[in-house]
Design a protein around this ligand. Structure first.
Ligand code: AMP
Ligand code: ZN
Length: 117
């Protein structure tokens, strides 16, 4: 197992196909998949394949990767048809509500009560 994977990490297991996921995008550096317990009509998680615990652990060597993730957020939003109205959330640290210690961007759209026709 490479240094950038953690044997006990659920999201590394999804990257390694040891756990199933409803994938909406995958390339050599990142993967996006539907959240198993959606908190909005559309709820997708975008993660780097590299095991980085949170934004507090990002370093200069991740500059290019982080830029690609930002662009991919936009592309996933377009792919899902929510580009006109979506939220991006990152929880960093357990006290901030982070349950899975592998960096992930929540892409959310269609909150009940906030939708306008
Ligand atoms: P966070 O609280 O920011 O760590 O968010 C973790 C998210 O991962 C939650 O919204 C969970 O519903 C979601 N989640 C946990 N396990 C899985 C899984 N196996 N596949 C997809 N989403 C998951
Ligand atoms: Zn991981």
């Amino acid at each position: 197992m490479s240094q950038s994977k953690r044997a006990d990490c659920i999201f590394c297991k999804i990257v390694d196909k040891q756990m199933p996921a409803k994938v909406v995008h995958e390339d050599d550096r990142m993967i996006a998949f539907h959240d198993i317990q959606p908190k909005a009509k559309t709820h997708v998680l975008l993660i780097p394949k590299k095991h980085i615990e949170s934004l507090a652990d990002v370093s200069k060597e991740d500059v290019e990767l982080m830029g690609e993730l930002m662009i991919k957020i936009k592309e996933v939003a377009i792919e899902l048809g929510v580009e006109k109205s979506f939220n991006v959330v990152v929880n960093n640290g357990s006290l901030a509500g982070q349950i899975i210690p592998h960096l992930h961007f929540h892409i959310l759209s269609g909150w009940s009560g906030r939708e306008k026709v």
